[in-house]
Design a protein around this ligand. Structure first.
Ligand code: LRH
Ligand code: MN
Length: 429
């Protein structure tokens, strides 16, 4: 660690902010003590929190209309690892990245692993891509991948996933996320039943190649790129498939993959109760799969999701969930967005640790709706920034990461060596 951002720079900057942090922390300590909450117990848990950063998230994202890359854009997976290391050196909560294949393919994965190790960066769950055609153009996934009517094309999609597992093994990953865009744009275009049958059949062939200590995460999404029917459109379909595949198959919840007004925290609770919640793609949205910064639009929902997670973990109902960010940064510096998003996620987790779940249960059992809501709102309305900043400080990271980052002129310096080959073509990356 501290190869991307020198420790001296972080220490120097922390000197200017530590005393006001101590003031805020001591004030919060006294406030929480009145509610019989030991701030140090909370701090110890927060210091251990980790959420993985998506490699595709450090490049400027775009839409079907356009992409406006910034200066010093990462041009390859090595540049992306370096940018992810800047984020982790500054906040410490993101020491793993989630790669995407073939976007992050290299000739020598052990060399890539060694490079990342040098920055203190590991590899979390990997992602396969059968929503774009393989580079050799032999097959097209235009009419679907794992559910395509052509067995040859299904076999190719299965091969892409098995290859992603092999690449992940070389990087020390322990999981594969499978999201497919398969679906139809018009009534009658495809058989709902046949396509689901083909999906399960294809996934069984991928599942059979999973190392015993791996997990496969099924990611549902209601629409886009298909705009009439999507094969794995909701958590129920994902659950049916995960159940059919076996114990190593779990469901991944991408927050943006739910129709407007869906109660996502209840979806999380359901998947916990059926022992099939495997992980998250954290982000936020106002309309569709907007992939906006986590906690930027609906921070209370993010808190309510962690409320379900913390209650479940205190009852030993969940463990080893894969926490990952999946965002597209179209108008911000991706490094700044990922720093603030990761902190928003840690903030929501920290607030959920302030909830007295036994008091909440008593209040729920006595149907005292106002008190139940107040128990949650009291935790949510508590400014936990002093705890999260102290966790960064005690982990050796930056108290004020965005301002420390801005003193680095990082992207300006990188623009001297990184030649933007991307151009402003449209598309998410
Ligand atoms: C699909 C998705 C999926 C990724 C892709 C980049 O919308 O959320 O998780 O593969 O974004
Ligand atoms: Mn996703």
């Amino acid at each position: 660690m501290f190869k991307a951002v020198k420790k001296e720079i972080i220490n120097e900057h922390n000197k200017t902010t530590k005393s006001s942090l101590d003031f805020d922390f001591e004030y919060l300590e006294k406030k929480l003590k009145k509610s019989h909450i030991d701030i140090h117990e909370i701090l110890d848990q927060v210091k251990k929190f980790q959420v993985a950063v998506p490699t595709w998230g450090v490049g400027t994202g775009g839409t079907r209309f356009a992409r406006f890359p910034g200066i010093g854009e990462p041009q390859n997976i090595y540049d992306k690892i370096e940018d992810c290391a800047v984020i982790n050196d500054l906040i410490g909560f993101t020491n793993k990245v989630s790669p995407h294949f073939p976007w992050d393919n290299v000739d020598d994965f052990s060399e890539l692993k060694e490079f990342a190790d040098g920055y203190g960066i590991g590899f979390d769950v990997v992602n396969s891509n059968t929503f774009q055609d393989p580079a050799d153009g032999r097959e097209t996934f235009k009419y679907g991948s794992l559910t395509n009517s052509s067995s040859a094309i299904r076999d190719r999609a299965i091969e892409v996933n098995i290859q992603s597992i092999e690449s992940g093994k070389a990087l020390g990953s322990k999981g594969l996320t499978v999201w497919i865009g398969d679906g139809g744009n018009f009534p009658g275009q495809m058989s709902f039943s046949k396509s689901l049958e083909r999906y399960i059949d294809s996934m069984k062939k991928i599942y059979a190649t999973l190392p015993k200590d791996w997990t496969v995460l099924l990611e549902h999404k209601p629409y886009e790129p298909a705009f009439y029917s999507t094969v794995i459109s909701d958590w129920g379909t994902s659950y049916i498939c995960a159940k059919e595949l076996g114990d190593q198959a779990m469901c991944l919840v991408d927050l943006g993959h739910h129709l407007p007004n869906t109660n996502i925290e209840m979806v999380v609770s359901r998947l916990i109760d059926v022992n099939k919640l495997g992980g998250f793609h954290f982000n936020d949205s106002k309309f569709g799969d907007d992939d906006l910064d986590a906690g930027s639009i609906n921070p209370y929902e993010l808190f309510l999701i962690f409320n379900e997670l913390t209650a479940a973990s205190q009852n030993n109902k969940i463990k080893n969930l894969a926490y990952m960010i999946d965002q597209s940064h179209n108008v911000t510096d991706p490094i700044e967005s990922l720093i603030s998003s990761a902190n928003e996620i840690v903030n929501s987790y920290t607030k959920s640790l302030l909830v007295d779940y036994s008091l909440l249960k008593k209040s729920q059992d006595s149907n005292d709706a106002i008190q139940s809501m107040q128990i949650l709102k009291t935790a949510y309305n508590t400014d936990v920034n002093p705890i999260v900043a102290m966790a960064r400080f005690e982990n050796g990271n930056s108290i004020d990461p965005i301002n420390t980052y801005r003193t680095l002129n990082y992207k300006k310096n990188k623009s001297l060596t990184r030649k933007n080959e991307g151009g402003s073509s449209s598309g998410i990356v």
